[in-house]
Ligand binder design. Structure first.
Ligand SMILES: [Mn+2]
Length: 389
């Protein structure tokens, strides 16, 4: 059987106030074509479908539309697991309808109704139990054991509160993985932080909040994880597929994992890079002209945090013209050249009045001077505060 592992769609996310749904749709279309081209039998989505527990109607529509297309009228099995960002009840509310399309939506380890699944497709659900599901295509059976984002509140199996988080996860995961058998290919799906995994901001260490040691995870032939947004393998066939859009700067080479199994063994593995992902990065320029040159190669859909390093302030018209000519700019910051130290800055604050101090503060935060109207508003507010004090 052929599998595609993806995670962390975060549908509906906004970056610096910018809506990403159009980009997400493009990437999901790309995943759909990979699934069709590769003849995938089962799609696994390892959590964080939505960015918020209360997604917009547009984000939900994109999700349902995509999983329906992925399921190919029930020929393909689609497995959707709840992450920390997903509302467990809301995500799985459509299960009675979804299962008719051969789609499983899970937010805990309660047994799913085996008979509710579509039995006419190429891939069939042949067994369900606590935390697991077995699927079959021709003669081959694959076991999927799952642990949706595991927290005390979400899990129906309550445990001793003295246990560490890592031990709790081990205990919960054991319930699911008890369905693993030697003659099937065994997949474990979850959404959690494994010690040693890397994010753009650092490495997860033992003892970190909600960190799980790798040896506490069940021994599976493939472990499909979500939660870390950078694609990575932790050894022993434990994989994060990574997000499908750059959710923060420095997430590179986003993709999906495709693998093939036969007679209980993996016979093929491929990380397929996604081409439709927009660029999200910082660009540092030393002047307006330099900024214009450096931004010329970016697409409107890209997200650029522009930093201009110069002593002179940026005028409101500079900012306006940059934003007008380069739709990719999501924000602009003015950076003082390093030679101009902070001591110098402190000195210049001396003897400044409220209006000048506010202008300087605004300039340092936003990179350009505030409008006269805003300064007036600030002074009015400050005046009111002084009166009440
Ligand atoms: Mn997550």
């Amino acid at each position: 059987m052929k599998f595609l592992h993806t995670a962390d769609w975060h549908l509906g996310v906004k970056t610096n106030g910018r809506d990403r749904l159009a980009e997400q749709k493009k990437v999901l279309d790309e995943i759909l074509s990979i699934v069709n081209y590769e003849n995938v039998d089962c799609v696994i989505i390892a959590g964080d479908i939505f960015n918020s527990a209360n997604p917009s109607a547009d984000a939900e529509e994109l999700f349902f539309d995509t999983i329906q297309k992925l399921s190919a009228n029930g020929d393909r099995f689609v497995f959707v697991l709840a992450g920390n960002h997903d509302d467990p009840t809301r995500l799985t509310a459509g299960l009675p309808l979804a299962s008719k399309h051969n789609i499983a939506l899970v937010s805990n380890i309660d047994r799913l109704q085996e008979n509710s699944f579509n039995k006419n497709g190429l891939v069939k659900v042949v067994e369900t139990g606590r935390g697991h599901i077995k699927i079959q295509k021709n003669e081959e059976i694959v076991t999927i054991a799952y642990l949706p984002y595991p927290t005390e509140i979400r899990m129906t199996e309550k445990l001793d509160s003295d246990m560490s988080y890592s031990e709790k996860v081990e205990t919960w995961a054991k319930i699911s993985a008890s369905a693993f058998t030697e003659n099937t290919f065994n997949i474990f799906v979850s959404h959690l932080f494994v010690v040693g995994s890397k994010s753009a901001s650092g490495v997860i260490k033992a003892g970190d909040f909600f960190a799980v040691e790798k040896n506490k995870l069940p021994k599976a032939d493939y472990t499909a994880l979500g939660h870390m947004h950078s694609p990575q393998c932790l050894g022993g066939k434990v994989y994060y597929s990574g997000a499908i859009t750059q959710l923060s700067i420095n997430q590179k080479d986003l993709g999906v994992n495709v693998f093939e199994t036969e007679h209980g063994k993996m016979i093929n593995f491929n990380e397929i890079k996604l081409q439709n992902v927009s660029v999200y990065q910082k660009v540092r320029a030393t002047s307006m002209l330099d900024a214009e040159e450096k931004l010329a190669g970016f697409d409107d859909a890209d997200i650029i945090e522009l930093e201009i390093e110069q002593s002179a302030p940026l005028s409101a018209s500079d900012v306006k013209s940059l934003k007008k000519n380069f739709a990719c700019i999501s924000n602009i910051a003015l950076i003082r050249p390093e030679s101009e130290g902070t001591i110098n800055e402190k000195k210049t604050r001396k003897g400044l009045n409220d209006s000048e101090l506010f202008k300087q503060f605004y300039l340092s935060m936003r990179g350009f001077e505030p409008s006269d109207e805003l300064v007036k508003m600030f002074l009015e507010c400050k005046g009111e505060e002084n009166e009440t004090n």
